[in-house]
Design a protein around this ligand. Structure first.
Ligand code: UT7
Length: 328
């Protein structure tokens, strides 16, 4: 029995902002951004909310699939439009998924891979609760982000990195397939506070501490170092669990945070760059959405064959990291 991916979807806001356009707002230029990050442009939301992008990506991933068979919706996001109802509850309603249990998770840029891990665990175990009585047949896992909403637009070291978008995957519990072969999840204490963003709430009359809204703060160099090591650790960890080697992997689909991080990780893993899906040039860093978006890009490229071994890897704030090995 395996939990395999049977559908993928992606949605991006219409508005594209090139590096040249970024240089109208902050002191930067196309050459610096392209060379240091591999990013040429990002899609930014002008009217699209996180739920709109999530629902659109979900619809595409669900094409041809009976919606009544979806038992679970997990949305990974650090930029939900609302605290309640959750993005997952809203996707369930928008997509018309009458039997799904729905909730959100926050594992920063690793969120989608954490979502795969949770969905796989629930689908393989005897699921209980809600309307599910016989185990979960199908699940929808989504990463959706409006990163431009929490980005610090006067910090040229961070605002050039991020964009908006969503990616989705439908998982199926299939007795004849292997699907997700292993997962490796790890959290590291962020003792130096290298990546953080305050939640912004209303100001109660009794609260005495500072409540000034604060955008995303990142110590780029420290995160870069962490990222390369984390990708290495979760990939090797997930492979070791099932006795596979790096050479057995046909495709690596890492979180798209910075092109140079992907290059450095490829080098550390001793694997050719050609095996890595790199989508950051067109859509930048979209936190939890980049892994499913990159998976979608790989699938759409026509390069992926049935039986291929894929390693997906996430890392981000928290600090958290996650890897999964999937047979396509
Ligand atoms: O998904 C979430 C996880 N986040 C990440 O993975 C991000 C990881 N880190 C990075 O991607 C890189 O550290 C950055 C792209 C954020 C920054 O690149 P860097 O090579 O680490 O640059 P730096 O911060 O060390 O800055 C080098 C120089 C500085 O100038 P001085 O002090 O040497 O004169 C910066 O002020 O580059 C300057 N700089 C810029 N110059 C032009 C920083 N940002 C810019 C910019 N345009 N946008």
């Amino acid at each position: 029995m395996g939990i395999r991916i049977i559908g993928v979807g992606k949605n991006l806001p219409e508005r594209v902002v090139t590096n040249d356009e970024m240089s109208q707002y902050i002191d930067t230029d196309n050459e610096w951004i392209l060379e240091r990050t591999g990013i040429a442009q990002r899609h930014v939301a002008t009217t699209e909310k996180s739920i709109d992008m999530a629902a659109a990506a979900a619809e595409e991933a669900l094409e041809g699939i009976d919606k009544e068979t979806i038992d679970l919706v997990i949305v990974a996001t650090v930029t939900p439009d609302d605290i309640t109802p959750s993005m997952a509850a809203q996707v369930k309603m928008a997509a018309g998924l009458p039997n799904a249990v729905a909730f959100d998770i926050n594992a920063a840029c690793s969120g989608f891979v954490y979502g795969l891990w949770i969905a796989e665990s629930l689908m393989k175990g005897s699921a209980a609760g809600g309307s599910v009585t016989n185990g979960m047949k199908r699940a929808l896992v989504i990463g959706t982000e409006r990163m431009t909403r929490i980005t610090n637009w006067v910090d040229r070291g961070t605002c050039i990195l991020f964009g908006d978008g969503a990616g989705a995957a439908v998982l199926e519990n299939d007795p004849d397939e292997r699907g997700i072969l292993s997962t490796f999840i790890k959290n590291y204490d962020d003792v130096n506070g290298v990546m953080k963003c305050k939640a912004n709430y209303i100001n109660p009359p009794f609260w005495e501490d500072d409540l000034t809204p604060q955008p995303l703060y990142m110590r780029g160099r420290a995160v870069f170092k962490f990222a390369v090591n984390a990708i290495d650790e979760v990939t090797r960890g997930a492979l070791e669990k099932i006795g596979l080697t790096l050479d057995d992997v046909d495709w690596f689909v890492p979180h798209q945070a910075n092109g140079r991080i992907i290059h450095a990780a490829a080098q550390k893993l001793g694997q050719p760059l050609e095996k890595f899906q790199i989508s950051i040039k067109e859509s930048a860093n979209v936190s939890s959405a980049t892994v499913p978006m990159a998976l979608y890009d790989l699938e759409s490229s026509g390069k992926l064959k049935k039986g291929d071994i894929i390693a997906v890897m996430g890392f981000g704030g928290g600090l958290c990291a996650a890897g999964a090995i999937i047979e396509w």
